[in-house]
Ligand binder design. Structure first.
Ligand SMILES: *[C@@H]1O[C@H](CO)[C@@H](O)[C@H](O)[C@H]1NC(C)=O
Length: 119
């Protein structure tokens, strides 16, 4: 009876911990934010040299990362197109082991655009 309870509590703790690692959304700062910025710049460069859109990063207002199957980055950013700036929400879902495994979703005031590119 006693050991059943221990096993139950242990199992519960393990579930909570692994849910935290897998599903946790982490707001990024420091080196993590820098890495997220490089990930975003890499996507913007790849898309601009492919079929667009042609954006440059203005600044990151906020960035989070979630470990799913791969990494999911969510950014609130200023994007620069030609010389105008707009604020968009950008999601980068990165599964670099897949062909065209980087999916970028731009949610901007003028609508949503979804693009994929290789790592
Ligand atoms: C990302 O791109 C912007 C605009 O081109 C640049 O100012 C910034 O330094 C770049 N950031 C990194 C980490 O390369």
């Amino acid at each position: 009876m006693f050991s059943m309870k221990i096993i139950f509590i242990f199992g519960l703790a393990l579930t909570v911990v692994s849910a935290g690692i897998r599903g946790g959304i982490k707001e990024l700062s420091g080196d993590d934010l820098k890495e997220a910025e490089e990930t975003l710049n890499n996507s913007l460069t790849k898309l601009a040299s492919g079929d667009g859109p042609n954006y440059k990063l203005g600044k990151i207002i906020k960035a989070t990362r979630q470990v799913v199957s791969g990494s999911k980055y969510v950014y609130d950013v200023e994007l620069i197109e030609d010389s105008s700036t707009k604020i968009c929400n950008v999601v980068i879902w990165s599964q670099p082991w897949l062909e065209n495994g980087i999916e970028v979703t731009f949610n901007c005031p003028d609508g949503q655009v979804v693009k994929k590119h290789s790592a």
